[in-house]
Design a protein around this ligand. Structure first.
Ligand SMILES: [Zn+2]
Length: 264
């Protein structure tokens, strides 16, 4: 079997064929040629048979490593003129618009981001910190589940902080699926309101229960926007408030007496 045929089968990339493979000191470079005659806009999918000019655009992408080898793909692409986006280099089916990485590589990084911190990802896949952020943005913009806000009945709203509580992120979770469905910077009423804006009046109206901490920022928003929902306070925050505010002692059944004495 020819090496180009072997790589073509092994990589199984849509819309291209392998015409050359070069082994370098640290990387394998696979040269590709587009199979399709039509040119596709990377922004909107507009198709045309007309090239904008004859100037070739040499493009490279990092693909998933092959054993100890770094794998680079390269192809000479054409340019088209999209009625909406102007002159663009044609899209390829295996990479997102404007990316130096293949979609397979980016999907791996995005999956790793759900299981490990950014520093570990940089060391494992050998890319820099900023590239991880840009990859996550691209994957989110093209792969996010547009139906994730449908069928919400019992949700939770809470915040997380980083950099020693200097930055906050509001997260909304679906209690029925235990999945995060929405997030945005900030932890005030306006942030929660922006979630309900995206959720819309109809879907907000079908919410049955919303759990939140006892901060007024979230409860004000929930009361105004999800009028049929019961607001639930989880035991953790109730205990926290009782510890932090002695004046409400006796308001709810709290932790054991010895625990309260130790905390106060
Ligand atoms: Zn376009």
């Amino acid at each position: 079997m020819r090496v180009t045929t072997a790589f073509s089968r092994m990589l199984a990339l849509d819309g291209v064929r392998v015409w050359h493979v070069a082994f370098g000191a640290e990387a394998i470079t696979v040269s590709l040629a587009p199979r399709r005659r039509a040119l596709v806009c990377p922004e909107c999918g507009y198709k045309t048979m007309a090239r904008y000019d004859t100037r070739p655009v040499v493009s490279r992408w990092r693909h998933l490593d092959l054993g100890i080898w770094r794998l680079e793909l390269t192809s000479t692409l054409r340019r088209l003129c999209c009625p909406s986006h102007g002159v663009r280099t044609e899209a390829v089916p295996f990479a997102r618009a404007g990316s130096r990485f293949t979609a397979d590589f980016e999907d791996l990084v995005a999956w790793l981001a759900t299981a490990m911190d950014k520093t570990a990802i940089c060391a494992l896949v050998r890319i820099d910190w900023d590239s991880v952020g840009r990859i996550l943005t691209r994957v989110m913009s093209t792969s996010i589940d547009l139906t994730r806000l449908d069928g919400l009945f019992r949700i939770g709203i809470d915040d997380v902080s980083w950099r020693r509580h200097h930055h906050y992120l509001t997260l909304v979770s679906d209690h029925d699926t235990s999945r995060i469905v929405w997030g945005a910077p900030g932890r005030d009423t306006a942030t929660a309101d922006s979630f309900f804006d995206e959720l819309g009046e109809q879907r907000s109206g079908q919410l049955e229960a919303v759990s939140a901490d006892m901060a007024a920022a979230y409860t004000n928003s929930v009361k105004a926007r999800a009028t049929k929902a019961v607001i639930c306070y989880d035991p953790f925050h109730v205990v926290q408030v009782r510890r932090e505010a002695p004046c409400v002692r006796g308001w709810v059944r709290g932790p054991p007496r010895w625990a309260v004495a130790a905390a106060w």
